[in-house]
Write a protein that binds this ligand. Structure first.
Ligand code: ATP
Length: 352
């Protein structure tokens, strides 16, 4: 197994893919180029079509239209078991009566590989996934996270070109989930296999993915690196879905300034009219000069290194969230009056 990073070479080309179930357009003309060795996340709210898209890649669902090309070859005619893609299901589905090592060997025995080759690959995958010490245990003698690793090892041992993972960490508690996110990322780099993961958890996608696609109602809204999507959300939905975003409704005046109730910000924006100004909590700071947007703290949430102040202002009905370092020498008490400064360079404007 080799250490690898994603390249710009496309391994999987999804071209205008569609799937309808009667009147429901579950996947509506999605085109994506997935790169070799990348960790790619399909992200979106419940019902957006993520699982249907993944199932079409795996061959469990026939597309209504469009093409799926693996290294340039249309894989539509291939049944699931003939595709060099492996789907790891939400439920781990391990064989309960077999040991970990047997569970791992099973798929290779079906391929009629030699015993030596099977033993070698089982040992290798158990090393990579830290399972060697559990080789002789049965699934019921393992924790949820360990069982998860066996399921992953079982999918990886067959050396698919692409591993498809549907909410692989869905059943785990928060702490274990966070640990497994990092572990999965490490593993992916180590085995050099392209991973496509479905998740509805935006934090999970931000932590793990090299690139991510955001879907809504079967349509692709945006595709990019976590940084691109976080810093330059393509539309208001993505801005709201990824991370925390404050929205202030207002309009752009003839001078290109953003105007809302009791608040004005020079943006040099070109088009006039009704807009929402979007700004992340970390891009609002407390004024030291007393100039800015007046507000009253209505809540303070402690997050270790920083705090999130919820601030009521005249500019929006929804309180603004402002992230400040925990050691900031400014008032942090509910009821305190503060003045906020919004960095125009860090704002995004969305047409209403
Ligand atoms: P979740 O995160 O809740 O699993 P998802 O993004 O994976 O959601 P899909 O399972 O792909 O969403 O479903 C997309 C849409 O297609 C939904 O509106 C769903 O109700 C519909 N759908 C999925 N499978 C079928 C089916 N077999 N028959 C009819 N409609 C279906």
């Amino acid at each position: 197994m080799t250490d690898s990073r994603s390249t710009n070479e496309t391994i999987l080309k999804i071209d205008g893919l569609r799937k309808s179930f009667g009147p429901v357009m579950a996947v509506d003309g999605v085109s994506l180029d997935i790169r070799k060795n990348e960790f790619f996340a399909l992200l979106g709210p419940s019902g957006c079509g993520k699982t249907t898209l993944l199932r079409m890649l795996a061959g469990f669902e026939n597309p209504t239209g469009g093409r799926i090309l693996l290294e340039g070859t249309d894989i539509a005619p291939l049944p699931p078991e003939k595709r060099p893609l492996n789907l790891m299901f939400q439920s781990y589905a391990l064989f309960p009566h077999m040991t970990v090592a047997k569970n791992l060997a099973y798929g290779l025995e079906m391929e009629r590989l030699s015993k030596n080759e099977i033993d070698r690959r089982v040992d290798e995958i158990m090393t990579v996934t830290d399972l060697t010490q559990f080789a002789n245990r049965k699934p019921e003698q393992l924790s949820g996270g360990q069982r998860q690793r066996v399921a992953l090892a079982r999918a990886l041992i067959k050396r698919p070109k692409v591993l498809l993972l549907d909410e692989p960490l869905g059943a785990l508690d928060k702490k274990l989930r966070e640990r497994m996110q990092l572990e999965l990322k490490r593993l992916q780099h180590e085995v050099g296999i392209t991973f496509i993961i479905v998740t509805h958890d935006q934090e999970e996608a931000l932590v793990m993915a090299d690139r991510m696609a955001i879907l809504r109602d079967g349509k692709l809204l945006q595709c990019g690196s976590p940084e691109e999507v976080y810093e330059k959300p393509g539309d208001r939905f993505v801005a709201n879905f990824i991370g925390v975003m404050n929205f202030i409704d207002g309009h752009i005046d003839t001078g290109g300034r953003f105007e809302a109730a009791g608040f004005s910000l020079g943006l040099g924006a070109e088009a006039e009219g009704a807009v929402s100004l979007a700004v992340r909590p970390e891009n609002i700071r407390l004024s030291t000069s007393g100039e800015g947007l007046n507000g009253v703290i209505i809540d303070v949430a402690y997050h270790g290194l920083d705090r999130v102040l919820h601030v009521k202002t005249t500019a929006s009905d929804v309180p603004l969230q402002v992230r400040v370092a925990a050691d900031t020498a400014a008032p942090h008490t509910i009821g305190d009056t503060i003045v906020l400064v919004i960095d125009p360079a860090k704002c995004r404007i969305y047409r209403n």
